[in-house]
Ligand binder design. Structure first.
Ligand code: SAH
Ligand code: SF4
Length: 358
């Protein structure tokens, strides 16, 4: 099988290939329109291309770099988790989430993760390798193609009754699956370009969010990018003592370095930053810690997502009243925040539950 996946190529890369083959340049857009927008599974379905060109594409490129192996859908139907095999036999998971009027794909950026945060199943499996731009992009295309074919099966959005009134296009992509995206910056950014370029997938940059455990140098790099992708920082604690335990990279990048990097990001991009604060019973859920958090974030244009921890043998979510008290304390101290519902837990598709094996 050819080693280069078609989604590894930019529009210009593909134009170069086509000119080597003596094919007209406009074919590049036609090909990428099929790849990024149509529910097909191989080059032979590209019906407006000459058969010889389809064969050349097929012999030179692979149509996809990831292959679905197993999948599980939560009982409420809101989350579908798919385990993909990569061409070297490694596996990663991605999740499609359909709620809050969004259809969001949560993508992985690495096989495993080197950081070993104690609450996260991905970290427990260790680090294997970075994903390629194609392997990241193809996770999104897999779900997008599936949604489009489901839509074709029930008719166009806005017409008729029932299911046909649902819009099946993907609306959001979050880099919140396996791995630390900012450690695999170049590949992640190539995937972001594939997903946002108007001639390719064409999603608005604001509909993409990169989640990071907090790597200041990479946050700085991100702040110089023109594309307005969202940034979420997994904070989990308002002081180094606690954060060293819950997010071990904090020992390398402590809060006195991380928070100024976040402030500079907000200044440079004029964008609000999101902090993810996983609430853990009797660990980081007290009112004094909420006050400390408000002090840490004072004057920073941000939003805090409070996420009751998806239970692990070690950590349990707080009781409802504690979550509410934490939320209200932040609000009283003028920190914009919301409590996020937990979903997909019955199929282990929740935050921090993705791993390389089922
Ligand atoms: N490495 C990046 C991207 C992965 S996102 C990061 O850490 O931000 C995974 C998200 O799930 C992170 O916000 C992480 O802190 C969170 N998470 C990990 N384990 C969790 C758990 N058991 N319950 C809830 N959230 C968890
Ligand atoms: Fe890696 Fe993020 Fe999980 Fe920590 S929370 S182990 S950084 S994927």
């Amino acid at each position: 099988m050819p080693e280069i996946a078609i989604t590894e190529l930019s529009l210009n890369d593909l134009r170069d290939v086509l000119s080597d083959w003596g094919e007209p340049q406009y074919r590049a857009r036609q090909i990428l329109d099929w790849v990024y927008r149509k529910p097909i599974s191989d080059f032979s379905a590209m019906s407006n291309l000459p058969p010889k060109l389809r064969e050349s594409l097929d012999s030179k490129f692979s149509f996809q770099s990831i292959f679905p192996v197993t999948e599980a859908t939560s009982r409420d139907g809101s989350s579908t988790k798919v385990l993909f095999r990569l061409s070297d036999g490694n596996t990663v998971e991605s999740v499609l989430m359909m709620y809050d009027k969004r259809r969001t794909v949560c993508v992985s950026s690495q096989v495993g993760c080197a950081f070993g945060c104690p609450l996260c199943a991905t970290g427990a499996s260790g680090f294997e390798r970075n994903l390629t731009p194609a392997e990241i992009t193809d996770q999104v295309l897999f779900f997008s193609r599936r949604l489009i074919s489901q839509q074709s099966a029930v008719g166009s959005p806005g017409r008729g009754e029932g299911l046909s009134t649902i819009d099946y296009r993907l609306s959001n992509v979050v880099f919140m699956g396996m791995g630390e995206p900012l450690v695999n910056f170049e590949a992640v950014w190539r995937a972001v370009e594939n997903l946002t370029s108007p001639g390719l997938f064409g999603l608005g940059a604001r509909h993409l969010t990169i989640s990071t455990i907090g790597i200041p140098s990479a946050i700085k790099k991100l702040s110089h990018k023109k594309l307005q992708v969202g940034l979420a920082v997994s904070l989990h604690a308002p002081n180094n003592e606690l954060r060293d335990l819950l997010a071990p990279p904090n020992r390398m990048y402590p809060l006195e370095v991380l928070i100024p990097a976040c402030r500079s990001y907000v200044e440079a991009t004029r964008r609000r930053i999101t902090f993810e604060y996983t609430l853990i019973r009797s660990v980081n859920d007290s009112v004094p810690l909420a006050i400390e958090l408000a002090e840490l974030l004072r004057g920073l244009n941000c939003h805090v997502n409070l996420i009751p921890v998806n239970p692990t043998p070690e950590f349990k979510p707080p009781h409802r009243a504690r979550i509410q008290a934490f939320h209200e304390t932040l609000t009283r101290h003028h920190v914009s925040n919301t409590i996020r519902l937990r979903r997909g837990l019955d199929v282990h598709a929740g935050c921090g539950q993705l791993r390389a094996r089922d």
